[in-house]
Design a protein around this ligand. Structure first.
Ligand code: GLC
Length: 738
């Protein structure tokens, strides 16, 4: 079996088979020449051979592709795999990498919208794997045989990465340093966002804004779903329901609200539609094998699909966003980009012929199920994907089947490239539904069409570390659940978790009950208001932690087992570390008035009922039952940690940043470096960033002292320290900043 080896560092190796498709997932270059010799000594070169020197797994080639196998030991755990079903530990599950438009995330779904084949194995051996292949592969993580990981990649052209650093967190960092820095959203994108399919016209949107402001719910953006367009045509506006658009956008901006329109991958096939006409004339859409334009139906009926694999097409597509940015829009969500296909004309014709054959017949049960299936399986058919061909830069064509998982993220790449052309300094809000590894450099993701189920709140918790590991830091689920009817209790509890997710967007599906906070009972509204306000108070921390995670290849959310070695922490599935200072422990059960928590170390509990009032208690290391009424959520501060807070406001840019409050849980010496920048440009990359360092410590006489130092241009003029020591003594100090 022919392969070559690439070394990226002492603990990162890639085994390269055949000629893998250039996915651009990995931006780092393998070590060469002297660098290679420095790390491995002169004898170690990139070698080709027949026996793969993998430290942990067996890699074998068969007629039907390549297999990676690993024997699991008792107690081994598997983390990662990005956006997928299951809990944090993925042992025992079966996954397939195939970006799927998957409306019902039932527990046995093998693929969702993202394809993220990065996994961490923790236990007897500790290592991680990334399989850089953009088609479908099967990851059997102890599903068929509980003692075996078996990964099948149906190709002879693939790059397999092995990460062998001593611990899982370092393996994740090593992976992230290979795949490049994540997308950085504008700071206002950390505010609360309100969405629904759909707010049908300007009045509907205005009413939402009025009510949110009236009920004192902070909010930064309201979303426009597909109905803002004319006949679902991308880059158009319905002239009646959304007339005088740019003036309206400006009016809302004055109220601190940004509008975020959706863009779909499918372009309506229509003679009088310039985007389609131009794309068609220039040959920019995906083709069939015989060179015809591939067409299938999505929202607007028959659509053509831009061939985002071609740089020229991406450039063309990226420019289209200008139609909306020129009218004051600075954020978008890219949807249906797996791409979702409702039906193809061929598929529909086959189903109709099938039905015709059954007409007037007394069909038996098997024929009935076949008939039913012929219609039920019309969407996202494999045959339809196989009919798509992409044109590559080198002049060759490639069948979609082999590169399916890259399509959606290339749409997001096109948008990002377009934004850079339009206004290279500005940060736009951009997130996508479909994704693979490398899309994180161009935008965030939301977690797709979930349901208003408690199970999907749990899923949201479990997914966050997985998508973070793959570089998707700007992410979050549809809060409250997209499909189905949320109860006020579910939405309250969901918000109590989502106050920590960078993307905090309440979204719901057509036909479901209204899901805006004010659509529920008074008690729930009060609870939601308090916790959304808490979110705004947390923004300095979340933003600062987000930026440090992006810059240092860290997660924002870490599972406890990856941070703590103690045995009891290994089974904790429903608490997460959020940045370096906090741990969250959301209530995830219906009708629960509390929950069990495990504290791997002493922690300071802030039981948040009111965003502006501390209710603090030190809780010792160990297992606890924590009463938490619906109005209360638990926020834990780690020892020697500092949580920076500001006052809430109606929207992010209206927040008063002159006064910073720091909650300090002091053991011996606590320090926090708060990152700050302008929040709207990329100038931070050229040094335009500032920091405020707070240090609280005991001096030689055992007195509490503090140092507050600043670097760069900061809005903060004074710091209020609320210090809790190990004996629950509270010290409050006001420190002016010169
Ligand atoms: C898809 C999206 C959802 C959106 C709907 C209508 O289902 O995932 O968020 O509301 O399409 O555009």
């Amino acid at each position: 079996m022919a392969f070559s080896i690439q070394r990226f560092s002492a603990s990162v190796t890639a085994f390269v088979f055949g000629h893998p498709f250039p996915t651009e997932a990995v931006v780092a270059k393998p070590l060469q020449g002297q660098e290679l010799e420095q790390v491995f000594g002169s004898s170690s070169q990139q070698v080709a051979g027949s026996s793969i020197p993998s430290q942990y797994v067996s890699i074998t080639e068969a007629d039907d592709g390549i297999y990676i196998r690993y024997s699991l030991a008792e107690g081994d755990a598997i983390y990662g795999v990005g956006q997928n079903m299951g809990r944090l530990n993925k042992c025992g599950q079966l996954f397939k990498t195939w970006c799927s438009d998957e409306f019902r995330h039932l527990p046995d779904k093998a693929s969702l919208y993202g394809a993220h084949p990065f996994l961490v194995i923790k236990g007897e051996n500790n290592f991680a794997l990334f399989i850089d292949y953009p088609g479908e592969m099967t990851l059997d993580l102890g599903f068929s045989d509980p003692s075996q990981i078996s990964i099948h990649i149906p190709t002879h052209h693939v790059r397999i990465f092995e990460f062998t650093a001593a611990n899982a967190k370092q393996q994740v960092r090593d992976f992230r340093s290979l795949i490049g820095q994540p997308y950085i959203p504008p700071r206002w994108a950390f505010g609360y966002q309100q969405c629904r399919w759909s707010y049908y016209d300007k009045n509907a949107v205005n009413e939402v804004v009025e009510k949110l402001r009236h009920f004192d719910i902070p909010c930064d953006s309201v979303y426009l779903d597909i109905d803002y367009m004319e006949e679902f045509k991308d880059f158009t506006l319905d002239p009646h329901r959304f007339s005088d658009f740019s003036n309206w956008v400006a009016q809302l901006r004055q109220q601190g609200i940004r509008l975020i329109p959706i863009i779909d991958a499918g372009v309506k096939v229509a003679d009088n539609y310039s985007v389609y006409q131009e794309g068609h004339e220039k040959g920019y859409f995906c083709k069939t094998e015989t060179g015809d334009e591939f067409q299938a139906a999505v929202w607007p009926g028959l659509c053509a699909f831009p061939d985002f694999f071609q740089p020229e097409v991406r450039q063309w597509w990226g420019k289209q966003y200008q139609f909306l940015t020129d009218q004051g829009i600075d954020g978008f969500w890219n949807d249906m980009n797996e791409p979702a296909l409702f039906y193809s004309p061929q598929g529909l014709q086959q189903a109709i012929s099938h039905a015709e054959q059954c007409k007037d017949k007394n069909i038996g049960v098997h024929e009935f199920f076949q008939l039913k299936g012929a219609f039920e399986n019309l969407s996202n058919r494999r045959e339809d994907y196989q009919a798509i061909w992409h044109q590559l830069e080198d002049g060759n064509r490639i069948n979609h089947e082999q590169v399916h998982n890259l399509y959606g993220q290339k749409m997001t790449q096109a948008a990002d490239e377009g934004f850079k052309q339009l206004n290279p300094d500005k940060r736009y809000l951009m997130f996508s539904r479909a994704s693979a590894i490398s899309g994180h450099r161009y935008g965030g993701i939301w977690l797709g069409d979930n349901h208003s189920w408690w199970e999907h709140l749990k899923l949201n918790v479990a997914m966050m570390p997985g998508v973070n590991m793959c570089g998707y830091l700007y992410s979050g689920a549809d809060v409250g659940g997209f499909a189905g009817n949320a109860t006020s209790e579910l939405l309250c509890r969901w918000i109590q978790f989502a106050v920590f997710t960078p993307l905090l967007r309440n979204h719901s599906c057509m036909g479901t009950r209204d899901q805006e906070p004010y659509a529920f009972d008074e008690n729930a509204l009060t609870i939601m208001r308090q916790h959304i306000k808490l979110r705004y108070r947390l923004i300095p921390y979340l933003y600062s932690e987000f930026m440090q995670a992006a810059k240092n290849n860290e997660n924002l959310f870490w599972p406890l087992p990856l941070e703590y070695a103690d045995p009891d922490a290994q089974n904790v599935e429903d608490q997460l570390l959020v940045g370096r200072a906090l741990m969250c422990a959301p209530v995830l059960e219906q009708n629960a008035s509390g929950r069990y928590v495990y504290l791997p170390e002493n922690m300071l509990l802030w039981k948040v009922r009111q965003h502006d009032k501390f209710d603090l208690k030190i809780m010792p290391q160990g297992h606890h039952y924590l009463p938490l009424e619906l109005a209360e959520m638990a926020l834990f501060l780690r020892p020697d940690s500092i949580l920076p807070l500001v006052d809430s406001a109606h929207h992010v840019e209206a927040q008063d940043l002159s006064s910073l409050e720091c909650l300090v849980y002091l053991h011996s010496s606590a320090e926090y470096v708060l990152y700050h920048d302008d929040g709207v440009t990329h100038n931070w990359q050229h040094g335009a960033q500032a920091s405020l360092k707070v240090k609280v410590f005991y001096d030689a006489e055992n007195k509490i002292q503090q140092d507050v130092t600043i670097e760069g241009d900061l809005p903060y003029r004074q710091v209020k320290l609320t210090i809790i020591d190990q004996f629950e003594q509270v010290v409050v100090r006001h420190i002016p900043i010169a």
